[in-house]
Structure formats: C-alpha cells, structure tokens
Design a protein around this ligand. Structure first.
Ligand SMILES: [Zn+2]
Length: 508
C-alpha cells in the first residue's frame, strides 16, 4: 500500500486542538518549513459535529477566519443549522476530503472533538455498508454480507435435531418468552441453541431469552452459526484506512475545569445570547415536527443552546435565572469533556492499539498524547515542538520517540488495560458456567459468568452452604458404601469435584 498519511488531532473541548492543527498545517505549508518532507502542504478537515453548521461561530467555537492562516478548513460551516447531518454522511464527505488532499500532495489533518466520527473515519466498519458513494478503493474492507445458503454442516445439525427441537426451530416464537413467567419455554429455546451452536449458547444465560432467540433467528436467517460468523469477523481484524498519526491534546481535569468555565463567560461577552436568539428564530424553518425545544437535531443539539433557550423563553427572566442557565451550561460543558476523555480511553485507544497487532512496524498507527495542561511558553515545549518533530518523523518514516516517554500525563493516560475488542475474545470472555451445586432443578440451572463472577459466586454464603450440605450428604453416602480405610481421601475427592464443575460443564 502506498503511504497515505492522515493526522488526527483529538481531545476534549477547550484544549487547543484547532490551534495545533493550524500550527502543523502552517509549518507544512510554509516554504522555509521546519519540516523537511516531500509533502507540500496540509488541509484541515473538521471533525466537530457542531462546527459543520454555518454561522453561530461563538456557540460552536469556530476558529475565526483571521486565525486560520490561509489554511483550507474543509467540512466546516457548510450545513444549515436546521439540517440533520449524521456520522455516515460525515465519513463519506471526509473520505472525499482526504482523497482531495492526497491528490494535491497535501497532508489531511482531521481535527475535532467528535471522536466517534474520527474513529469511524480511521476504521472501516459496517457503518459504511449502506453508503453508496464511498470511493471504490475504500469499499474493499467492508464486511461481506452473510450468505443465505445453509452450510452443509448446519443442514446436518438441523436434520439431526430431536423431533421436539426441530418443531421448535421451525416455529420460533415471535417474541422471547419471559424466563420468570415461562421458564420451560425459555429453557427449551436455550437447549435448542446449545445443540445448534454451543459456543454462542455458552455466552448467554438461559434466562436471557431475547438474546437466545436472536441467535436462533440468525441461524434461521443465514443458515450459519453465529459463532462461525464471529470467528470470520475476527480473522479480518480491522485495519485503519490510512497511515495514521494521532495526537491527543490533553489537559489535566482540575486545570481544564476553570478554563472551560471562563470560556463560557467569554462566550457570553462575545455575544452568545444574540446567537441563541437567532437560532431560536430559525426554528420556524425547522423540519416538520421539530421545534426550538427539540434538542435532538441540527445545531439545536449544541451545548449552550438548550440551557439558554430555556432562559430566553421565560416570561420575566431574572438575573438569577440567567446565572442558573449559565451554570447549567458550564456543568454540561464539563460533563461533555469528561465523556470525551472516556471515549478516547475506552474506545479509540483500544481500537488503535488493537489494529497494531500483527501489523508490520511501518504500517502501525502512532498515538501521542501532548500535555497542554500548562499554557504560555509551555505550549511551545510541551505541545507544538514535539508535534512538529513527530510529524516530520512520521512523514519521512524516521524513528519516532516512545509515546510514553513524552510526559507524565502521556505515561498515565496512554496505558490502558487491554480489553478484548476481538469479537472472538469477547465471546470467550462472557461464557456462562453452570453451578451444579446450586442448581436445584436441572431444567432451570443456576448459571454464572466465568471468571471474576464465578470466583465471587464460589465465595457466596449460599453457594458455600449448599456445597457443605452436598459434601456432608455425599460423605454419609460414602460412609455407607465404602470402607473406613478409604474415608480419609473423601474430603480431597469431593473438593476436587467441586472445582471441576466449570471444566466439566465446558467439555460436556
Ligand atoms: Zn453455586
């Protein structure tokens, strides 16, 4: 694959992502560049869900034209505030913008706080299956839709079902039976699934009748085992579309909070209320069924609109009402920043790390955290300078520094507990195990998730009490049937069999 670079700049609101994007783009574009590379410039592609809308520059925090240093800002301010614009549409448009940049020998720099948009741009997935206008070159990595012809293996499994299970398979209920109201029906469905696809059945509790039924439907609709399909998905591990360098601009939460608060105050001084008034008037042209109090579409989703719209519609608003509205806006902003961080750590980082597995060194995605906690001179030393150096190394395929070595914050935030994102691993991890000790009615077995939950279950009072009871009664039985001499082995034997409950169930 030819080297197709993409720089993504992520981070929470108010950390200076746009500023950094312009600084990198400017450096790449200037003739006396600090970066020596064959690329001749950069385009900035907006990945902020609110900045796609025209107008309301204060509410959406757009970089003023004067500060853009002549750098192209694509996908910014081009939608009407009343228009709905969703992730799939953005991915399609962003792919075109990236292609446009590459054709002009420019580096695309994607910047914005809507991290899940960025994630869907970096990694192809099922989201794009329905988007017909994706360039053909990017269509190849779309998952093939499952075949409807029944595999021989599956056909055999279905024909060898016991008559009652075969009947059930051909007359699956429309809705899942409640395990409490109709345990028999729920357990029958579970048993059917266990025969047809034991790997997937082990993932569900028999009481999860909705999930059990859904798995059975998949078998009916596709003629294939869900576990087989999961396995296949795992084999095509999701590779990023581009050679990706990701910068996470970061500021420590306790420093960021007051900064965000004062930014809200600044927005008010700059005329935020006037913008909200304009936006309120636009609701006259909103799509049918939508009103100014509907915060789920277009620009009406932006933080600040909801809080100030309510204030502006009060019949006789007081200063106190205004303070309250402003306070609510500050709280929403902080909550948003928090959720952005958790998305980056829990979704984007694992996806980036996971895509690097069995990937050659040259094509690995690079992720760097830049500590923007301190501003002033520190921006140059902690953010701009390292970003420029890393960008140069990335574009020239030079050795790059260890991301964890950059700062204490990088060391802390970039190391995550590697969660399994591979579907096959997830399937394995959620396996349910029977507890034979606690099961009273074999048609309504007690099931517990393997791993931590199972370990905890073994320690519960109820389980231990039952285990003791069983132990005692088996010991009495033992005494009756065996000689006194072999009695000394009894305790070891019975406790071994207890531990073996899990493996026993899994191999059965
Ligand atoms: Zn138990």
């Amino acid at each position: 694959m030819a080297f197709r670079p993409l720089i993504a700049i992520c981070g929470t609101t108010g950390v200076g992502k746009s500023k950094l994007a312009i600084e990198i783009a400017h450096t790449l574009s200037s003739t006396a560049s600090e970066i020596k590379t064959s690329w001749t410039g950069a385009k900035i592609i907006n990945a902020d869900a609110m900045q796609v809308y025209a107008g309301m520059d204060i509410l959406t925090n757009k970089v003023p034209l004067a500060e853009r240093q002549g750098i192209d800002h694509l996908l910014m301010g081009f939608k009407l505030p009343t228009e709905q614009y969703v992730v799939g549409e953005w991915v399609r448009d962003a792919l075109n913008a990236v292609q446009e940049a590459h054709t002009q020998n420019q580096v695309p720099i994607v910047v914005g706080g809507t991290s899940y948009w960025i994630q869907h741009l970096l990694f192809p997935d099922r989201l794009v299956r329905d988007m017909t206008s994706i360039p053909a070159s990017d269509q190849t990595d779309i998952h093939p839709s499952s075949s409807v012809s029944i595999s021989d293996d599956m056909a055999k499994a279905i024909t060898s079902l016991a008559p009652d299970l075969l009947d059930l398979f051909h007359s699956l209920p429309d809705s899942a039976p409640s395990a409490d109201a109709d345990p028999e029906a729920a357990y029958a469905l579970y048993n059917l699934l266990k025969v047809l696809d034991v790997a997937v059945a082990e993932r569900w509790h028999w009481k999860d009748s909705r999930k059990v039924l859904r798995s059975l439907r998949i078998i009916q609709d596709t003629g294939r085992r869900p576990s087989e399909m999961i396995e296949q998905q795992s084999q095509n591990r999701v590779k990023p579309r581009f050679n990706t360098l990701c910068f996470w601009v970061y500021a420590k939460p306790d420093i960021l909070k007051p900064r965000l608060d004062s930014r809200v105050d600044m927005m008010v001084k700059q005329g935020l209320l006037d913008e909200v008034r304009v936006l309120q008037k636009l609701t006259a042209s909103a799509p049918e069924g939508k009103s100014g109090s509907d915060y789920t579409f277009g620009m009406f989703q932006s933080i600040g609109y909801r809080e100030l719209h309510r204030y502006l519609t009060l019949s006789s608003p007081t200063d106190r009402d205004f303070d309250n509205a402003l306070n609510r806006m500050k709280i929403s902003t902080r909550q948003y920043a928090k959720s952005q961080t958790s998305w980056l750590r829990n979704k984007l980082l694992p996806a980036l790390y996971n895509s690097n597995m069995d990937c050659d060194e040259k094509n690995k995605s690079r992720t760097y955290l830049l500590d923007a906690t301190e501003l002033g001179d520190k921006w140059e030393t902690n953010v701009r300078r390292p970003a420029i150096n890393i960008t140069q190394g990335f574009l020239n395929d030079d050795p790059l520094p260890d991301p964890l070595s950059l700062s204490e914050a990088a060391n802390m935030m970039l190391q995550i507990e590697q969660k399994a994102t591979d579907p096959k691993e997830v399937l394995k991890a959620r396996r349910k195990v029977h507890c034979d000790v606690c099961t009273m009615d074999p048609d309504q077995p007690v099931m517990v998730e393997a791993g931590k939950e199972w370990d905890l279950h073994l320690k519960t009072r109820a389980h231990r009490r039952r285990a003791n009871k069983k132990d005692q009664s088996s010991r009495i039985q033992f005494h009756r049937e065996n000689s006194k001499e072999r009695d000394s082995n009894c305790t070891t034997n019975s406790s071994e069999s207890e531990i073996d409950v899990s493996t026993d169930v899994l191999t059965r």
